[in-house]
Every structure is written in structure tokens, then in C-alpha cells.
Design a protein around this ligand. Structure first.
Ligand code: GLY
Ligand code: MN
Ligand code: MN
Length: 430
């Protein structure tokens, strides 16, 4: 059972969703909506499914990540109905019906059917969900105007959602502390992942995304996906990007640590952390996120200069010539919610100078964003610069030393408030 406050907030959250969804349905000409929870597809020629987490709009209403083949039926003016798939199956545990206060505000029922409940008296039925689960279901499947309108309902978080994201941060913080200790104790990437899971008490398949745990040069692979079971001879650096899912909501936190004797890397790390904190402090309503991303590049240029990685170029020129992009190829951040890269962040496409930026909005109160600048030594991106006309500006010897540490990313989750921003991550992981 959640705390009484959270319980109250969740009931308000559902009420807000009723209003937001009613408006979206009226505006797009529908009088009923079915939302599929989704189902994990089977692996080809096998009898095992892929790990399952659930479809965003279903999680937005229920927070229930483990329910496959379940349905929500929403009819403005008539409330919402939740059908939970409870098959007669002696191989697996059956899903328990939620019995918390919010669920009592919906009509909840178990069903052995995978087919959805159908509305009576609906003439315009829309259906949202993974097309793999919608075969044979009547109504308009994933109509684009409604998909866009429903995505818009997720941009501004309710108080309940912010409380869940705060808790998701607090629990992940325990994992990050344990991971740092495991790194300093010389554990392998696999050992560090075990320490993280032990501290968070969450298996990785339930976390919002597969953790990224890279030692040494692996820290320079943006979404490094393996775990070496053997520790390297010398652990020079650790980059860990790992979250926690609480009642459907995911935190997304990255920390980078230097091992003993890595003076040059440690200096760069201190500089990047200072820049990251300044960027978090800049979060406020009215801030253009694309402009903040560009400001990050100028900050990185200053850091590359002061660290002696790049010499004899002014900051604007380093950005204009694409040098900072070779060190920081991804975006500054994204919206966060029931999906780690939450929807609704790009009403306009990313600009040509920031092709991987996932958020092109002006910040408004209620948005929750990540702020995650990075600085990496990625051979395939640095090679053309090191071979090009500006090569004399780069300190190859220092780059060789730093390459052994892979890279740095520091990532916090920040709520945009009426006054500025509230950093959910630093509140529990200073
Ligand atoms: N964990 C993926 C990201 O930071 O966007
Ligand atoms: Mn992120
Ligand atoms: Mn991340």
C-alpha cells in the first residue's frame, strides 16, 4: 500500500487523466478508447517470450508494468474500466488484481480472455497499443491525431508522478552508492551490476532500462550493453547509467568515477560535474532546451581548453568546427516519465547541429527532464578530427591517456517548477 499522501495524489492523478483524456477524445472525434497493456512477443521458433514492461499510456493510468494482455476502456462521462488478464495457467503465477484506492475508482475485473471488453453505445471507438496485440479488435487503431493528443497528456507531470519520480531517484541512489563502493573495491562490471541490484532490490528486467556499466574504455561506449565478469587489471574509471522503476516511473541517473592515480581524468571529471551543475541550475520555465544544449557545447569547449585537450582555438570556433561534437555526440537530455525517453519531447525535429537531441521544447512547469552532458573519447569520432586540418590543435598525448578512461557522463533528473528547477537526483545523491 502506498503512503496515505501518495494514495491521495494518485487518485487526483487519475482524475486529471480522466479530464485530459476526455478532452483529447472529444477533440479527435472519439467517444470511447481502448488501451492495450501489450504482450511480450515470443522468440522466433522458441517457447519463451521477451522481457515485458508494458505500453506507456497503460502505465500512465495504472503504473502496473507486469500485466500482459490486459485492457483499459475509457469512456468520457462513464469512468474507466480495467480488465486484467488472469488466465487459468498452472505454469505461471496469475496477476493479482490491484486493490489500492486508485483501483477502486476504476471498475477492475479479472478475465481469462485476451480480447478486450467492448463499449456499449460507442459509435467512434479508438484503440491504442502495440499493433501485435490489436488483431481482430474493432475500432480505429492508433489514429495519429489521437496518438499525438494522448502523448501531450504526458508532458506535464502531475504531483503524483513527480512524487513517484522522486522515490525512483531515492532508490536508485542506493544502487549508485553501492556501485561506487564495488568499483573502488575492484569488482568487475558484472560484480558492480550485482551490487546495484542488491542495493535497489530490483531485477534489471524490471528497471526502466538495461543498466550501462562500463569500466575503463567501455565508459566511452554510449550504450555499452555487456558486463565483463572478470575485473580489469587496473580499474581506471567507471561510468554507470542506471535507474529504478517505482510504480511505473523510472529514474535515469549517471555517475562517473575515477580510480586512484587518474589525475588528468579526475580533473576533467571535476570540470564536467561543475558544468553539469550549472546546467541543472539553469533549468527554469521559458528556457529553450535547444539553446541549453548549445550552451553545453560552449561549456565543453571551455573545459577542453582549460584541461589542455584542445589548444589555440576559441570556444565558438571549437563548436562551429564540430570539435565539441566529436567529444559529445548525444543530446543534453530528454523528458522522463513511465518511459525513460518519454514521449512528446519533439514537437519540431532536432536541429541539424543536434541530430540526437530528444527534447526541442521550451521548458514549462511540470516537465521532468534529464540533464546529462558527457565528454567521451570515442575512437571513430576522434579519428577524423585527429587526421584533419585542425589536428594540430589537439593534444594527442593527453587524448591517449584519457582514452583509457573511456568517457564521462553525469546525469540528473530535474523537475521544472514555477520558480526554476528542483533536482530530484541531487536531493538524494549530492
Ligand atoms: N539511460 C539512457 C539515457 O540516459 O538516455
Ligand atoms: Mn537519459
Ligand atoms: Mn541515462
Amino acid at each position: 500500500m502506498p503512503e496515505p499522501d501518495l494514495e491521495q495524489l494518485q487518485r487526483q492523478h487519475i482524475e486529471t487523466l480522466q479530464q485530459r483524456y476526455s478532452k483529447a477524445l472529444v477533440e479527435t472525434g472519439y467517444d470511447a478508447l481502448l488501451i492495450s497493456s501489450g504482450a511480450a512477443p515470443m522468440r522466433y521458433a522458441d517457447d519463451h517470450g521477451y522481457p515485458f514492461q508494458g505500453y506507456g499510456p497503460f502505465l500512465h493510468w495504472t503504473g502496473l508494468t507486469g500485466l500482459e494482455n490486459s485492457w483499459l476502456l475509457i469512456q468520457p462521462g462513464q469512468g474507466a474500466r480495467l480488465q486484467v488478464h488472469t488466465p487459468d495457467d498452472f505454469w505461471h503465477a496469475s496477476a493479482a488484481l490491484p486493490d489500492e484506492a486508485w483501483a477502486r475508482d476504476l471498475a477492475v475485473e479479472g478475465s481469462v480472455e485476451t480480447a478486450p471488453p467492448l463499449p456499449v453505445l460507442s459509435t467512434q471507438l479508438a484503440v491504442l497499443g502495440d499493433p501485435l496485440t490489436l488483431a481482430g479488435v474493432p475500432g480505429d487503431h492508433n489514429p495519429p491525431a489521437l496518438v499525438t493528443a494522448v502523448e501531450a497528456t504526458r508532458i506535464h507531470k502531475t504531483e503524483y508522478e513527480i512524487a513517484c519520480l522522486a522515490e525512483a531517484n531515492s532508490r536508485a541512489a542506493e544502487g549508485h552508492r553501492a556501485a561506487r563502493a564495488a568499483f573502488l573495491a575492484g569488482e568487475s562490471e558484472f560484480g558492480i551490476s550485482l551490487a546495484y541490484q542488491q542495493a535497489t532490490q530490483q531485477r534489471e528486467s524490471e528497471a526502466p532500462y538495461h543498466s550501462i556499466i562500463g569500466l575503463n574504455d567501455h565508459a566511452g561506449i554510449l550504450h555499452y550493453q555487456f558486463y565483463d565478469v572478470v575485473a580489469p587489471e587496473v580499474s581506471r574509471s567507471l561510468l554507470i547509467d542506471a535507474g529504478y522503476r517505482y510504480r511505473g516511473y523510472g529514474s535515469d541517473i549517471t555517475r562517473t568515477w575515477a580510480g586512484p592515480g587518474q589525475g588528468e581524468f579526475q580533473a576533467l571529471l571535476v570540470g564536467l560535474e561543475a558544468l553539469q551543475k550549472r546546467l541543472c541550475q539553469a533549468v527554469a520555465p521559458g528556457v529553450d532546451f535547444v539553446a541549453l544544449h548549445r550552451k553545453t557545447h560552449l561549456g565543453l569547449a571551455a573545459l577542453l581548453s582549460s584541461a589542455g585537450v584542445v589548444k589555440g582555438m576559441d570556444e565558438e570556433a571549437m563548436v562551429a568546427e564540430g570539435i565539441t561534437r566529436a567529444f559529445f555526440p548525444h543530446g543534453l537530455g530528454h523528458l522522463l516519465g513511465v518511459q525513460v525517453h518519454d514521449v512528446g519531447g519533439k514537437p519540431v525535429p532536432s536541429p541539424a547541429d543536434a541530430p540526437f537531441l530528444r527534447l526541442t521544447r521550451t521548458l514549462e512547469p511540470g516537465m521532468v527532464v534529464t540533464i546529462e552532458p558527457g565528454l567521451y573519447f570515442i575512437p571513430s569520432l576522434l579519428a577524423p578530427v585527429l587526421a584533419g586540418p585542425l589536428r594540430h590543435h589537439l593534444n594527442q598525448g593527453l587524448i591517449d591517456i584519457l582514452s583509457g578512461c573511456g568517457g564521462i557522463r553525469i546525469e540528473d533528473n530535474v523537475v521544472v517548477t514555477a520558480e526554476g528547477g528542483h533536482n530530484l537526483t541531487r536531493a538524494c545523491l549530492p
